[in-house]
Design a protein around this ligand. Sequence first.
Ligand SMILES: [Zn+2]
Length: 308
Amino acid sequence: MATPLSASTLLAALRAEGCAVVEYKSWRTHNRNHKGAWGPVNGVMIHHTVSSGENSSVALCYNGHSALPGPLCHTVGGKSRKLYMVGHGRANHAGSGDADVLRAVINETKLPADNEANTDGNSRFYGLEIVNLGNGKDQYPAAQYDAAVRWAAAICRTHGWGAGSVIGHKEWQPGKIDPHGPVEGRGSFDMNRFRADVAERLKHPANWSPGSSTPAPAKPQTPAPPKENDMATPYDLWAYKGRGETRDAYAYLRGTNADVKTLTTQVAALTATVNKLAQLAGSDVDTDRVVAAVEKAIADALANAGSA
Ligand SMILES: [Zn+2]
């Protein structure tokens, strides 16, 4: 359960996840909030549009039609891999679904069969409509599928949800079959597979791409313990990535080391100053000369300390 993300936060999350986002018309204020609740939100829902053509599908999802006013989702996923933002707030996409399914989504447990239509889904789910005819033959290009995974992962990541918060419309509302059809390189659109792909993304930083070598933070390398005489070595922060406490400890040591250097410099300057004053004592003291001599002594001491 969570408060819905602001439009700006959602946009930033999608971009951080590597999504090619297009802001369509007045999407930020386009919603059905005057017809019912929006939030608390519990998950994300995947659909297919039963349409073809990127621009016309986006327009349809924004405007809706005579029987169902728009927005018909929050985002439309084109075959180009672009994600079009068409609404923000309550949208007509989920309809009435199964309360047991909602409970499983909230708990991120195994989904029961969706055999009831007793719960308003439009207040609870972010919706993605993927452009596809839904006839079982129209293929989802790999890039379009990947964009959908990124969309779901970005929202889950920002809310702190796992992949168990992701469902297909066909898992929510009796009689629905979406998303449906062949996915390039993956066989039929399988929500378990989709959730596994979202889960894999969530193990990596948001900017990760499948197949890249970005290390997973869940499996950090164990760094060798530093030697005592390595105090002046600037430790590489990245070597301690994923080990927050250790990293903080070394950051603290580096800070302390810098402080000691500064103090050493100041003591050297003061010592030089005192020595110079001692030399001048008893001679024909001239204030300007004293000041000049002290300033030079400090400058010399700083230069020496700095080059040490
Ligand atoms: Zn649907």
